[in-house]
Design a protein around this ligand. Sequence first.
Ligand SMILES: [Ca+2]
Length: 575
Amino acid sequence: MSDRKRRNRSVGLTSAATLVALSLATPQAYAADGKIIHDAEHYVLEAQHGAKWAMEDADIQAKLAALEAKHGMKPNIIHIMWDDTGVGEVGIPEIQAVRGFETPNMNQMADEGINFMRMYSEIACTQTRAAFQTGRYAVRSGMHSVAFPVESSGIDADEVMIAELLSDVGYKTAFYGKWHLGDTEPSYAHNQGYDEAFFTPYNQVPSMWVEGAELNNVVTGLFPEFYGEDKYDIDNSWQPNGYVWTLEGTKGGETLEWGPPPTVTNFWDIETEAQRRTLAFIDKSVEANEPFFIAYHPIALGFIPDPREKSKLTANKNVLQEALVRIDTFVGELFTHLDAKGISDNTLVIVMADNGPFTHFGPRGQVETLYTGGKGDFTEGGVRVPAIAKWEGVIEPDQIVGDIVHVTDLYTTFARLGGAMDGIPRDRVIDGVDQTSLFLNGDGNSRRDYVMIYQHKKLAAGVKGRFKRDWKNATPGLSMNEFYDLYTDPREANGEMIEQFHVKSMFNRQLARHNLWVEKYPNRAEPTPGPALTGIANERPETAKLRTSPVDLEKLPFTPEQMNNYPLPLSGSDF
Ligand SMILES: [Ca+2]
C-alpha cells in the first residue's frame, strides 16, 4: 500500500498482537477511530435500526470469534464473478430446463447455501469490478465506463481495494482472470493489494483480434495483410497492432506478459491456467496455515470458440451457456478440493455475475429472463444478477433471500469477516454496508433497502424497497410515469404517476441526500490516465509498439500530455 493511501486511513498497520485483540473485541471497537462514511441513505436506516444492529453485531462477533478459535484463523473467502448473466440462469434448474443447459454444481450450491434473489450490480463489467474491489459505486472512483483496449488509464492507486484490506490483516490474496480495471501500471492487480495476480487488463473483445477473425470477416482492419489494398486508408496510427491478453505479477515483484497473442488457443488457456492457479493458491495457503482471499473472475465468454473444442457442451450451445457450464464444472472441482483439504467449514464461497445479459449488440443466446433489459440498462434486467453463497456449517442451507444486497456490500462484509474493518478508509464514501447479518442470520436481515443506479456519470434511477424511480427520463416541472412498484410490475412495463404520488417525496429526499453527500465527498472525475502496459519485464516488440505512435509527435501542434487534460471523453462507452 502506498504512503499516500496510509495517510488517508484512520488506522495504519497494527501489530499482529493488536490485530488479534481487535478481532476478538466488541463491534464498537471497530469505530474507535471514526465511523465508515456510507451513502447518506444509510443513516436513515441506521437511525431506525442502529440499536438492533448493534445487538446483532455483538452476537455475530461472538460467533466469528468462536469460529476463529475453532479453526485457528479467520475464514477463507473465494469470490467467483463472471459476465453478463440474467437472474435465474444459474441456481434455478426450472429456468435452465427451458434454456437447454444445466449447472448442477451451482444449483446444488444454492441448495446448500443462499440463493440471493436481489443482488444488484452496476450496469456493466468495468463498473461492477471497480465497485466490488473498492466497495464504492463505480462513479465515485471514476470507473464509470467500460474500458476497451488500448485505454491508457486505469483505477487510481489511491482507491483502497479489498485485497489491500485483507492483505494488511494477514490474508494471502490472489486475483485470477478478468480484471478490466485499466492498463496502467498502478492499476495492475498485483499493485492493488494482491499477493499474486494473473489477469487480463481488458475484457473478452481481444479474443476477436486474431487472424482467423479477420479472414472470416468478423473484424476489419486489424490485419490489413489479409485483404486487398485500400489506397484510401491513409492513417495507420489508430490500429492496435500489438496487444496484451494476460499479465502476471506478484506484490512488489516484476510484471510479466503471459501466453502472448495472437492465437486464440492462448486466449482459452487463460481460463484453465486461472483455475489451476486458484487451486494451487489454496494448497499453498493451507500449507502456510494462513487464511486466503481469492478472486477468480473467469474470462469465460470469449467471442471466438476454442478451435480445440470438438463439440459443444450444451444443447443451447451459445457463448453464455457454454461458459456457465465450464464455470460450473470448476465450481464442482473447487468444492471437492476444499473438502479434500478439510477447509469447507472455514471457507465462504460466492458465485455471481457482474451485470445483466448482453442483450444489446451481444452474441446469440443472451436474453432477458425475469427482468426487463440487459447490460448497460438501468432497468432491473441490467443490474440484478444471479448470486449464490455457501459456507458449510455457517450459512444455513437451502435459503432463498429476497433482501436487497449490492455488490459493494461484499467489500465491507469481507472486511468484517476478515477483521479488516479498521483498514477501510474514512475519507470517502463507502457504499458497501456490512451484510454479515444477512449472510449469517438470513432472509430479512439486510441493512440496505436502496440502490442508486448510474449510467456513466449520470444517475439513472433510484431504488427504495419495492419502489423504483426513473430519473433518467424524468420530466422537469411535472413528474409523469416515472414510478414503478417492482412487486406489481417487476418488468417495469408500465410506469405510474398518480398511483405512486406517495413515493415521490421519498425519492426526492433520497436524491437530495445522495447529492449532498456527492458534493461533500466528490467523485473522482475519470479513471487516472497514464501510459499503457508499462513495466513488463518480458515485453514483446508488439507490446512496446502500443505505446509508440507511428506518427512523429514533434510534428503535431499538441502533445499527449495536453490530451490527458481531456481524458477519455470518447473512450469506453456508456454501457
Ligand atoms: Ca460483464
